[in-house]
Design a protein around this ligand. Structure first.
Ligand code: S3P
Length: 194
């Protein structure tokens, strides 16, 4: 028995070329987890947050793992998880900011998916990171030596990957998660009519 929410999107998942997943990508603190969980709830889909999944498997925070094993080991675990998630359907998946660094797994995950790139301006990213209590545990520095321009530099180097690896983008700077969810819902209805 489908819930009213599931009924709203059921047709999207049953067409000859069904939509299998909705994926959120973008830099740290652009709202992927907050938007993803609300979007999943609104559409009656499962919600998967890749960092939460990884931390359950690793039995520690991202920061603890990176401190112990290094970034290369974290990327390896992230890559393995993305490969597994390509088999998941009927889900909204919020991915860590570095997931696009794995082109093969990313392109497999993208198949039959709608990928939304969430953006925000640099000041907003910095502000949200400062406000987020989970920041230190979830987001250890990506570069060494206390690099003050890390956000600008990494964002600039990754932006072409986010652009290439997504179907649409939304600037979240002045929007609430609810507003973003509504915009994505509208996009889905327009682009995937029943
Ligand atoms: C990372 C982003 C983090 C987390 C890890 C690496 C990155 O996720 O996966 O710290 O490389 O940008 P969020 O984007 O959810 O903060």
């Amino acid at each position: 028995m489908l819930t009213p929410q599931e009924k709203k999107t059921a047709h999207l998942f049953q067409r000859p070329n069904p939509l299998e997943r909705i994926i959120l990508t973008g830099f740290r603190a652009t709202g992927k987890s907050a938007v993803g969980s609300k979007l999943a709830e609104r559409l009656g889909l499962d919600f998967i947050d890749t960092d939460t999944r990884l931390c359950v498997g690793l039995e520690c925070s991202v920061a603890e793992y990176v401190d112990r094993e290094g970034w290369a080991a974290f990327r390896q675990r992230e890559q393995e998880l993305l490969a597994k998630l390509a088999g998941v359907t009927h889900a909204v998946i919020s991915t860590g900011g570095g997931a696009v660094l794995h082109p093969d797994e990313w392109n497999r995950l993208r198949r039959n998916s709608l990928v939304v790139w969430l953006q925000a301006d640099i000041a907003t990213i910095r502000y949200r990171m400062k406000q987020d209590e989970a920041n230190a545990a979830q987001r250890p520095p990506l570069t060494g030596d206390g690099n003050k321009n890390e956000v600008e530099e990494i964002l600039a180097s990754r932006s072409p990957l986010y652009l290439e690896g997504s179907d649409m983008s939304l600037d979240t700077t002045a929007l609430t998660p609810e507003e973003i969810v509504t915009m994505i819902e509208r996009e889905i209805s327009a682009g995937f009519p029943g």
